[in-house]
Design a binder for this molecule. Structure first.
Ligand code: SF4
Ligand code: SF4
Length: 366
């Protein structure tokens, strides 16, 4: 009997480019200025070595009631706000439908990041209250690179997820952490995103983790200049309909622009309902210096006073060195990690190209 794809895969394979089929805006709907990121669960069905959420085996989830309360408080303070949901894998939250319904009731635009495995199940929900966009995570431009990181069948699930979303005209982006395994696949990943009809692809400089250090997959810090230049060259290449971006954290050639956190456009609440300085610092390293206040016990307006003080301290502490150059100097997010004492674990990994970042910086951030 000849091999047959399942109906979804057949549809994904037969689908023409989204841009030829459906009128989808080049850019997602303009979002309100303030974005609140919620890590809604630490649970995940995958175990990626680069994951900075070390504890994806814990079933710890943020209560939908607290999310709704934070949204209400934020709307009272800022006017319109948008929500972004991450994890772990946010689609594993057993109240995901309630969370989206609460956004709909409040007219709060939302988006989320997913590994793509559970998209089909929630499509009816997405039809009822459409997200502004969805980001699907990619670990490489080929099945072998991606599945080598995320497990068998993961690549196919991402392709199928994109096909499902584009068929629904839901703006879809890919994002790919760049490391030694997929460094040579930047152009191929951009081409893949274009061929699938994604609105964009974002490349990410991953923070080193014990898992990435153990398998020696982190790029040498110096290599990040070449990666950044290559991504900029890809963006300069005319004729692409898929936007190519590099996420904050890469080295800047000239003056750095502030991240959304320091620009006070973004707040972040972790799975325990705590307002934290930044998602990049949350659950990372061996301390919790990013935690500002428990929103179960403290109102958002009260927490924000401490939050702004903490951010000012962090911003001061993470400035580039004025004396001897440090390995983290060109990398704003890794400077924050170093300033927060979150890279000391690298002492145990002399083989890591980031090992020199293990030295503790003095900080007023904590
Ligand atoms: S899919 Fe995302 S949350 Fe899950 S293990 Fe991988 S990086 Fe972590
Ligand atoms: S880690 Fe620091 S520089 Fe990076 S996004 Fe967070 S606050 Fe900004």
């Amino acid at each position: 009997m000849p091999f047959q794809y399942c109906s979804e895969e057949a549809r994904a394979r037969a689908a023409p480019l989204q841009t030829e089929r459906t009128a989808i805006p080049e850019h997602p709907v303009t979002e309100p200025r303030t974005l609140i990121g919620f890590a809604i669960t630490e649970h995940c069905n995958l175990r990626c070595p680069h994951c900075i959420r070390d504890d994806v085996t814990t079933i710890r989830s943020l209560e939908s009631g607290l999310i709704a309360s934070v949204l209400d408080q934020a709307r009272a303070l800022f006017g319109q706000v948008a929500a972004s949901f991450t994890g772990g894998e946010p689609l594993l939250h057993d109240e995901f439908e309630r969370i989206i319904a609460d956004c709909a009731e409040r007219d709060v635009p939302y988006r989320f990041v997913s590994n793509g495995w559970h998209l089909k199940r929630i499509l009816p929900l997405l039809r009822r209250y459409r997200p502004t966009s969805i980001r699907l995570s990619l670990s490489g431009a080929t099945e072998s690179t991606h599945d080598g990181d995320r497990g068998r069948d993961s690549f196919r699930r991402v392709l199928m997820g994109v096909a499902l979303l584009t068929a629904e005209a839901i703006p879809c982006y890919l994002s790919m952490v760049v490391d030694r395994r997929n460094r040579h696949e930047l152009r191929a990943a951009a081409d893949l995103a274009e061929a699938l009809g994604c609105l964009g692809i974002g490349f990410i400089l991953p923070q080193p983790t014990p898992g990435s250090a153990e398998r020696d997959s982190d790029l040498d810090p110096d290599e990040w200049w070449a990666v950044t230049r290559e991504i900029h060259a890809l963006t300069a290449h005319g004729g692409r309909r898929t936007a190519i971006t590099i996420d904050y954290g890469h080295p800047f050639d000239g003056a750095e622009r502030p991240c959304d956190t320091f620009a006070q456009r973004r707040l972040y609440v972790d799975t325990r309902g705590r307002l934290c300085t930044c998602c990049q610092l949350s659950n990372y390293g061996t301390n919790e210096t990013e935690v500002v206040a428990d929103l179960h016990q403290t109102s958002l307006v009260e927490a924000l006073t401490a939050y702004r003080d903490r951010l000012a301290g962090l911003q001061h502490a993470q400035r580039r060195s004025t004396g001897t150059a440090r390995v983290t100097d060109p990398f704003p997010c890794l400077r924050c990690c170093a300033a927060s004492g979150k890279l000391t674990w690298l002492q145990d990994y002399p083989q890591s190209p980031w090992h020199a970042a293990a030295a503790r910086r003095t900080t007023s951030a904590a």
